[in-house]
Design a protein. Structure first.
Length: 296
């Protein structure tokens, strides 16, 4: 299975009784699987079943589900409980008069519990069960379509991530080559600095002492461990790309490790060119991290 993105959209529709049922599902990146849904009145009972369907197919992402039912007589029309509304109205007026407040607005009262009631459905249990099964089957199609959209986006992600890994590997090799020149550059720079300091004084620093100082500086500036770890991370990331399924969290962890090694390389650098390569490396790592955030 290829890489999966957490970004996608799908819309499916199908017959439901004498009407039509429509599902729209979209997802964006998230730390886990978070599901939010809007169901028509009378269909709230489907929420658990729809969550189960989504959870079996998708692992991560912020998922938004909207279900609409058009036409037919699948849901009984609402009615207003006039007696309950009058009781709320009388109470609200009394409170408003006693406290010097404005009269209540009708839309506020209409939203209070018990004002709007739904008549009993004329459907029998078998008919309702059949419609529920039809809705769930249609939602399964929507989830499959979303999964396909996320897979298509995942293929684009995989190509982008492979390009960023190639850049990181190239810059790592260039940094390794540049780092190899640091001991000689350190020696030349230290010799020049000492010569400048001692030009008006008698005596010279021995070649042995100079070699010792250069060795100490070279050890502090040694970036071979960072280079080795960067190469190991590139190899592991490519392995995860081939694996594909559910690797987003591990890729995110690797991206953090890439960033740590690039930062350390920059901090150890005593060479302008090596620092430039380190900054370019950080830029490529940042691009990788940004894309990884969308991987399931």
């Amino acid at each position: 299975m290829g890489l999966q993105s957490m970004t996608g959209f799908a819309r499916v529709s199908g017959p439901l009784g004498q009407g039509e049922c429509i599902f729209e599902v979209k997802s964006v990146n998230g730390r886990g699987l978070e599901i939010r849904m809007r169901l028509p009145n009378g269909f709230e009972r489907l929420e658990r079943a729809l969550r189960d369907v989504a959870g079996k197919r998708l692992k991560r992402g912020n998922l938004q589900i909207q279900m609409n039912v058009l036409g037919g007589e699948t849901v009984a029309p609402p009615r207003i409980d006039g007696e309950t509304l009058r009781q709320y109205l009388d109470l609200a007026r009394d409170l408003a008069a006693a406290n010097g407040l404005e009269a209540p607005r009708i839309e506020a009262l209409m939203s209070l519990p018990g004002v709007i009631a739904r008549a009993e459905s004329s459907r029998d249990a078998d008919e309702e069960e059949g419609q529920d099964a039809a809705c769930i089957a249609l939602f399964e199609q929507a989830v499959e379509a979303l999964h396909g959209a996320r897979a298509a986006e995942g293929r684009h992600l995989e190509a982008a991530l492979a390009t960023h890994l190639d850049d990181i590997e190239r810059l790592t090799g260039a940094a390794e080559a540049q780092a190899a020149t640091q001991p000689a550059a350190l020696r030349d720079r230290l010799s020049a600095q000492l010569a400048d300091l001692l030009k008006d004084k008698a005596g010279q620093v021995s070649a042995e002492r100079l070699a010792q100082e250069v060795a100490l500086l070279a050890v502090k500036a040694d970036v071979r461990e960072e280079i080795d770890r960067l190469r190991a991370h590139v190899a592991e990331a490519r392995k995860l790309l081939k694996q594909g399924d559910g690797v987003g969290r591990r890729l995110d962890f690797l991206a953090q490790e890439f960033n740590r090694e690039a930062n350390t390389l920059c901090s150890k650098s005593t060479d302008v060119e090596l620092t430039r390569l380190g900054l370019d490396l950080k830029t490529s790592v940042d691009r990788l991290r940004e894309q990884v955030q969308n991987v399931e």
